[in-house]
Design a protein around this ligand. Structure first.
Ligand SMILES: Nc1ncnc2c1ncn2[C@@H]1O[C@H](COP(=O)(O)OP(=O)(O)OP(=O)(O)O)[C@@H](O)[C@H]1O
Length: 313
C-alpha cells in the first residue's frame, strides 16, 4: 500500500476541544485515485495535513511509501506532492519560476530543473503562459500550475485538497483530465471533495467521512449500488393523512424497493420499471401530488442515507 493510515486521531485542544479526526483507518493502493468525500468540517483537510506533514496526529500512524510521516517528515516529503485548498503560488515569481524553484528546492541541478519545468509546462498546456504571474491567471489555470508544481519533484503520491473549489464547470473538467493523466504516470492521487459528482467521476474508491469518521468506503459504483435502487421519486403531497396507507400501496408496486415517509410526502426508491411513474402518480391521487422530482441514485443519496443530512448542510 502506498498510503497507510492507521488509528488516526486529531484533537484540537483549545477553549473548545474539537475532535477533528476520530479514528480513521484507510489504505490507498498504488496508482489509485482515492477520494475523501464529506461535508465541510468532516475532517478531510486535517487528515490531508497530517499525511503531508503539516500537522501532527494526536494518536495514530501514517505511512507514505513505507515512510512514517511523523518519524521521518523530510524523507516522507520526497514522496509527497501537495495542492492545498488555497492558491499558494508565489505571486512574485512567474509560472516558470514557481515550478523551476520547486525543482531546485528538491535538489535538482539548474539544467534538470529547467528541463523538467519546460516538460511540465508543455504537459499541462501552460507553455504560452510561462512568463505570466499568478495574478494574471484564471482560477483553472492557477490550479493546473499548482498541480504541475506539486508533481515537479516526481512524488509517488499527490494530495489534492478540494481541487475544484471555486472553479467553473469547464475548468473543473479540465482539472479532472489533468488528474486522470497523473494516473498514467503512475502517480497515486488522494483528494478531498464535497462535490459528489467529482468523487463519482474521478475516484476509483471513495471514503465517505463525517465528524472525523469513515462511514463507508468502496468504489462509487458499489456505494451507489448499496442503495438498492436506480431512481428516487420524491413526492411532495398536499395531504399527509393516511400516509402509511400510501406507503404500503407504493411498496407493492413492481420495481419499488423501498418507500420512506417524509415530512412533506414520501421518497420512493425503485429500479427503472416500465410504467412506474404513471402508477405512482395514480396512487398519490387522493393525497394531492403537489410536486414530483425524479433523481438517479448518487453518492449524495448514499450520504443522506447514512447521515440523514445532505452534503451541503
Ligand atoms: N487549527 C484548528 N484549531 C481548532 N479547530 C480546528 C482547526 N482546524 C480545523 N479545526 C476543526 O476541525 C474540524 C475538521 O476540520 P477540517 O478542516 O479538517 O474539515 P474539512 O472536512 O476539511 O472541512 P473544510 O472543507 O471546511 O476544510 C472542524 O470542526 C474545524 O473547525
Amino acid at each position: 500500500m502506498i498510503v497507510e493510515i492507521a488509528g488516526l486521531q486529531k484533537v484540537y485542544a483549545g477553549k473548545q476541544r474539537v475532535v477533528a479526526v476520530d479514528g480513521i483507518d484507510l489504505c490507498v493502493r498504488p496508482g489509485e485515485i482515492y477520494g475523501l468525500l464529506g461535508p465541510n468540517g468532516a475532517g478531510k483537510t486535517t487528515t490531508i495535513s497530517i499525511c503531508t506533514t503539516r500537522a501532527l496526529p494526536t494518536v495514530g500512524k501514517v505511512h507514505i511509501a513505507g515512510v512514517d510521516v511523523v518519524a521521518n517528515p523530510s524523507l516522507a516529503r520526497i514522496h509527497i506532492g501537495v495542492v492545498p485548498q488555497y492558491n499558494t503560488l508565489d505571486r512574485g515569481c512567474t509560472i516558470f519560476e514557481n515550478i523551476y524553484f520547486h525543482c531546485i528546492y528538491f535538489g535538482s541541478s539548474r539544467g534538470d530543473a529547467k528541463a523538467r519545468t519546460e516538460q511540465l509546462l508543455a504537459q499541462f498546456k501552460l507553455s504560452e503562459r510561462a512568463g505570466a504571474y499568478p495574478s494574471q491567471l484564471s482560477g483553472g489555470l492557477a490550479q493546473r500550475v499548482q498541480i504541475a508544481r506539486a508533481i515537479a519533484h516526481r512524488p509517488k503520491v499527490l494530495f489534492l485538497d478540494e481541487p475544484s473549489a471555486g472553479l467553473d464547470p469547464q475548468s473543473r473538467i479540465a482539472m479532472w483530465d489533468a488528474v486522470r493523466g497523473l494516473r498514467e504516470e503512475g502517480i497515486t492521487v488522494v483528494l478531498t471533495t464535497h462535490y459528489m459528482e467529482e468523487a463519482d467521476e474521478l475516484c476509483d474508491r471513495v471514503a465517505i467521512i463525517d465528524h472525523g469518521k469513515i462511514l463507508v468506503e468502496d468504489t462509487p459504483a458499489a456505494l451507489k449500488a448499496s442503495i438498492g435502487a436506480q431512481k428516487i421519486y420524491a413526492l411532495d403531497l398536499k395531504s399527509l393523512e393516511n400516509l402509511p396507507v400510501l406507503v404500503k400501496a407504493l411498496e407493492g408496486l413492481q420495481g419499488v424497493t423501498r418507500v420512506e415517509a417524509k415530512e412533506t410526502g414520501a421518497h420512493v426508491y425503485a429500479h427503472g420499471a416500465d410504467g412506474l411513474l404513471a402508477e405512482i402518480v395514480l396512487a398519490t391521487g387522493p393525497y394531492g401530488l403537489r410536486d414530483l422530482t425524479i433523481s438517479e441514485t448518487s453518492l449524495e443519496t448514499v450520504f443522506i442515507r447514512l447521515t440523514g443530512r445532505d452534503l451541503r448542510e
